[in-house]
Design a protein around this ligand. Structure first.
Ligand code: PLP
Length: 481
């Protein structure tokens, strides 16, 4: 009898029948472990998607590419392998701690300022469970939200009153909406900035309902420009710090106190969006043109807004300080309720502000300590780390060199300030620098480093001392072929 070769169509159908069912997959031991992590329903969903993918591959697979070894077990194993991979991949998209070896201290994508030990403890010990968020222990009644944070802000900045919201973008919207929605806000054309992505001053003005009145030019705005623009419709004069760019050369802007004198003579409120939240001077690292919040208050700004997680070194927050009557008006607008900060943030902010009030911020707050590291100290630390790395690795091909590098403040602050540093430049002949950097990112905890000129640069400025051992183990492990 002559055997008719099965048609291609029949072969595919036969192969498809060998694919396991979702139920069969969920009954495996490997699946039961995954079910404990993600639930049966979720795993069934992942399994269906994996089977769909495999079915499509089997259909499109031509005979030549096909090894003919599609036994049931092989397909089941392959499906389970893919399911486990997909479950792991979705877990990786969760929030994870990383080691920041980029040298960018306030790295916006990596969460800006790392919290101090006391801020971390305050969250865990005092705020994670029930706490006195809006509760007065003495009376047993509802209390004010975050009175201690406001007290500290008043003490540190010299302002009459303070209010904390979600971030500085929210603070700016809130101030404009509460104080100027029924009128005009004057701003210099040199300050119509974009602070990253969606935060553009002209859009924010529109959103807040205030009519923006531009004065001066990109590089020069005089006091008389503001003076001529003030009318009975003017509610605010806004001064916005151009955080992430600088205009250099033939430039002018009136000093804050000149502007304050003008505003107060004409019955107009002066609002400053200061951005970074510098609470005490850091001229030692060349930080000379960031507004110092206590100085802004002293020089006559009526309301000042700034971030909690830039140069203040705390959690994401928007802080508003200024005249008591104005802060009270802002507090009473419904938008304040929508933008308020939560208890974890308030706990971390309280501990961070205590360090500022004690005068120990520059040693206690990680971001400030990192920014203050001298070039010499950075070289000593990098050299010691390189020695430890050479001693720890059995990988003779790993090339380790110490080079001069520049770290940056980041967070859209002080773009011209460069922090001379040392970095380890790593090279391995078995992989490209991009591959090496990817291997470091895939390590647990992930290590984020930069690539430059075919080398991986590991800058220790934003790596805490307690992370050094993990970093060392990560570099050793990922550089093994
Ligand atoms: C960074 C910045 C903001 C936005 O602050 P977030 O806390 O990130 O919302 C607003 N204004 C200025 C001038 C800034 O520098």
């Amino acid at each position: 009898m002559i055997e008719h070769p099965a048609s291609a169509h029949d072969q595919v159908s036969a192969r498809l029948r060998l694919l396991p069912s979702v139920d069969a997959l969920l009954r495996t031991v490997a699946a039961s472990e995954l079910i404990d992590i993600v639930s049966r329903e979720r795993l069934a969903e992942v399994a269906r998607a994996v089977l769909d993918g495999m079915r499509a591959e089997l259909r499109s697979d031509d005979d030549s590419a096909h090894d003919g070894d599609d036994s049931r077990t092989r397909l089941l194993d392959e499906a389970m392998r893919r399911i486990a991979r997909d479950v792991r991949a979705s877990e990786e998209r969760g929030l994870r701690r990383v080691i920041n070896a980029t040298g960018v201290v306030l790295h916006t994508n990596l969460g800006r300022a790392p919290l101090s030990d006391s801020a971390r403890r305050r969250i865990a010990d005092e705020a994670a469970g029930y706490c006195t968020l809006e509760y007065d222990l003495a009376s047993g009644e509802r209390g004010r939200r975050a009175p201690r944070v406001e007290e500290l802000l008043k003490q540190i900045t010299g302002a009459e009153a303070a209010l904390v919201v979600n971030n500085c973008a929210a603070a700016t919207v809130l101030v404009l909406a509460a104080l100027a929605a029924d009128g005009e806000t004057i701003i210099s054309r040199g300050e119509l900035v974009e602070i990253g992505g969606d935060f553009r001053i002209p859009d924010v003005m529109r959103q807040s309902g205030t009519r923006m009145v531009e004065v001066g030019t990109t590089n020069r705005t005089r006091l008389s420009d503001y003076e001529q623009a003030i009318t009975e419709r003017t509610r605010l004069v806004a001064r916005v710090h151009p955080s992430n760019f600088r205009v250099v050369g033939f430039t002018h802007a009136p000093a804050l106190d000149e502007l304050a004198t003008l505003c107060h003579a004409r019955g107009v409120t002066l609002f400053e969006d200061a951005g970074s939240g510098l609470l005490s001077g850091m001229s030692d690292i060349g930080l000379t043109d960031e507004p110092l919040i206590p100085a802004s208050i002293r020089l006559g700004a009526d309301v000042v807004a700034f971030s909690g997680d830039k140069l203040l070194g705390g959690p994401q927050a928007g802080i508003i300080v200024g005249r008591a009557d104005l802060i009270e008006r802002i507090r009473r607008t419904p938008l304040t309720r929508a933008l308020r900060a939560d208890k974890l943030v308030l706990a971390a902010l309280e501990a961070t502000l205590e360090a500022h009030a004690r005068g120990t911020a520059h040693t206690e707050i990680p971001a400030l300590r990192m920014l203050g590291e001298t070039e010499a100290a950075s070289h000593t630390r990098a050299a010691a780390f390189a020695d430890r790395l050479r001693a720890a690795t059995d990988e003779p091909q790993l090339d380790i060199e110490i080079i001069r590098d520049e770290a940056a403040i980041g967070g859209g602050s002080a773009p011209l300030v460069r922090l001379p540093s040392a970095a380890l430049a790593l090279r391995h002949p078995a992989f490209t620098a991009d591959d090496f950097a990817r291997r470091l990112r895939m390590y647990r905890p992930p290590i984020v480093a930069r690539v430059r000129e075919e080398r991986v640069l590991v800058n220790l400025r934003a790596v805490s001392e307690s992370e050094e051992d993990e970093l060392l183990a990560g570099v050793v492990t990922t550089s093994e072929c």
